[in-house]
Every structure is written in structure tokens, then in C-alpha cells.
Design a protein around this ligand. Structure first.
Ligand SMILES: Nc1nc2c(ncn2[C@@H]2O[C@H](COP(=O)(O)OP(=O)(O)O)[C@@H](O)[C@H]2O)c(=O)[nH]1
Ligand SMILES: [Mg+2]
Length: 267
């Protein structure tokens, strides 16, 4: 922890999100400014660290995503103010590459990435930061303790693809983690910078690689059930080439990181 107030950065990868990002940022900043208790017994927004930054990583969008961010009032807020907005523009490289760039650029004590469509509502953020008090890596999971799967709102073809993906990923790479692909994950700065510096995969399989690396490095991992609802306007396109890319990346993850050892925890 740094000596100044603890801080949190929320990294939002965005690829051609000009229509979904505005309402999503309204929802996020509205939440950060709110006072009073959280809804349904959730922790209050005040439980988040006093300094909260939002970093949009524009993944070479060809629409008005970057302009939208530049014109938001929060972009001109003091960086130490709760809810300052920053923009990082990178050449188009896919979600994995964009998340990696944002996680490595962020310098807060706690760093979270979330989907730019706020499929997970911002009032779930304190669930991640709370778990980060005792863990290094916290994986949001769309499977609730009662077994209910929030992904039930996805189109049927996505659920089917997800099941095929999961059976390969769990057998070959990630073991018991049930929802590897949830776009809502939190890290301490040390874990974020260590893991993302080692990250090689740029496709949507980057989540699986992260979990694999976190286990190899011996980080304290927690799984936290979170709310999620499918939002229209998905950027994922089920192209035939994507399936091959995904299989190839899954196959090579353990091979890429054969030489990775447990980190030295000094004790
Ligand atoms: N940077 C980047 N982000 C992407 C890309 N595809 C999707 N995303 C982002 O990943 C997040 C989730 O994407 P979304 O299209 O909602 O996927 P879905 O909810 O899994 O169908 C959003 O923040 C997107 O902007 C991409 O090619 N590059
Ligand atoms: Mg989505």
C-alpha cells in the first residue's frame, strides 16, 4: 500500500462502444457519487477506497468512443478526486491486449477490470475490494451460491459455445474455476502488474491465462458471486476463425508458461 489514501482504478476496455459507453459511465459515476447505504444489503459506495479512477482503454475504435471520453466532465476532474476519468488509446489488439495495457498503466493500490457495458452493475465493486483485503486476485463469478447462473440471459448460441469452451478450459488449464470468462475481476497492484506483464494471449482466452498464471505464481485467489445481465450490442462475433484461435490459445497456455515459478513471498 502506498502512504497516500488507498486508491482504486477501474479499467474499462472499449471497442467501438460509442453507443453503450455513455450510459454506462453515467451509471458508474452516479454510483460513485452516491451516499447512503447500498441496495439489497450491499456494501455502501463509501466502502470503496477514497480515490477512485476510471481508465477507459480505447482499443483502436473507429467510432466516437475516444471523443466521448474526452468530452465527459469527469475527464477534467482532479486526479485525486473520487471518480476522475482517463483515456488510454492503443492500436486495435482485442480485449485481452486492451485490458493488459490498462492494467499495466494503472498505478492504484487496487485495480479492477470491468466490461464497458456495465453488464455487472457498479454496486458490485465493493464485493471485489472487500475480498481484496484478504486475497490478491478476486474473480467475479456469474454463478450464484444457490447455483443460479446469471448467464442464462445470454443468447442460446453463446451459452452453448460457453459450455464447449469451459469443458476444454477446465480439463486442460484452469481446474475447478467455474466461470473463467466473467469480465469483472480485481487485483492488488502487485498481482496485477506481475500477472499482466507475463500475459501473452491477446484473444478472449486471456482470462484463462490469467487464472493459470495466478495459480502458478501462488497468489491468494477468491471467487465472488456477482450480479450480471446480458446487455445488447455485444462486440463478440462468433467468426469461424475465432473458434480456432480460442482452441489454439487454450492449448498453448500451459506450454507458454512452463517456466513460471511460485513467487518469492519472503517467508
Ligand atoms: N478492447 C477491446 N475490447 C473488446 C473487444 N471486444 C469486446 N471488447 C470489450 O469487452 C467488453 C465485453 O464485451 P461485450 O461485447 O459486451 O461481450 P459479451 O458481453 O461477452 O458479449 C466490453 O467492454 C467491450 O468493449 C475488442 O476487440 N477489443
Ligand atoms: Mg456484454
Amino acid at each position: 500500500m502506498s502512504t497516500t489514501s488507498p486508491s482504486l482504478t477501474i479499467v474499462l476496455p472499449a471497442y467501438n462502444e460509442e453507443s453503450r459507453l455513455g450510459p454506462a459511465l453515467d451509471e458508474l459515476f452516479g454510483y460513485l457519487r452516491r451516499s447512503g447505504p447500498g441496495r439489497d444489503g450491499l456494501p455502501a459506495p463509501q466502502e470503496l477506497p477514497p480515490v477512485v479512477r476510471v481508465l477507459v482503454v480505447d482499443d483502436g475504435s473507429t467510432d466516437g468512443t475516444a471523443a466521448l471520453v474526452r468530452h465527459r466532465p469527469e475527464t477534467h476532474a482532479e486526479p485525486e478526486q473520487r471518480g476522475a476519468l482517463e483515456l488510454l488509446t492503443v492500436p486495435h489488439g482485442g480485449k485481452g491486449a486492451a485490458v493488459r495495457a490498462g492494467m499495466l498503466a494503472a498505478d492504484s493500490d487496487l485495480i479492477v477490470f470491468a466490461d464497458a457495458d456495465m453488464a455487472t452493475p457498479p454496486d458490485q465493486l465493493p464485493l471485489l475490494t472487500r475480498a481484496l483485503e484478504t486475497h490478491d486476485v478476486v474473480l467475479g463469478s456469474r454463478i450464484q451460491p444457490n447455483g443460479r447462473d446469471m448467464r442464462a440471459t445470454q443468447p442460446r448460441y453463446r451459452r452453448l459455445l460457453g459450455r464447449v469452451f469451459h469443458s476444454v478450459a477446465s480439463a486442460w488449464v484452469v481446474g475447478p474455476v467455474q466461470d473463467t470468462q466473467c469480465g469483472f475481476k480485481g487485483f492488488t497492484r502487485e498481482a496485477a502488474h506481475d500477472l499482466f506483464a507475463r500475459q501473452r494471449v491477446r484473444s478472449i482466452v486471456f482470462d484463462v491465462e490469467l487464472i493459470h498464471l495466478a495459480r502458478r505464481r501462488g497468489y491468494r485467489l477468491a471467487v465472488v458471486p456477482i450480479q450480471w445481465s446480458d446487455r445488447r450490442g455485444s462486440r463478440m462475433q462468433a467468426r469461424p476463425g475465432l473458434a480456432l484461435r480460442v482452441l489454439w490459445d487454450l492449448f498453448r497456455i500451459p506450454l507458454l508458461h512452463r517456466g513460471v515459478h511460485r513467487r518469492d513471498t519472503g517467508g
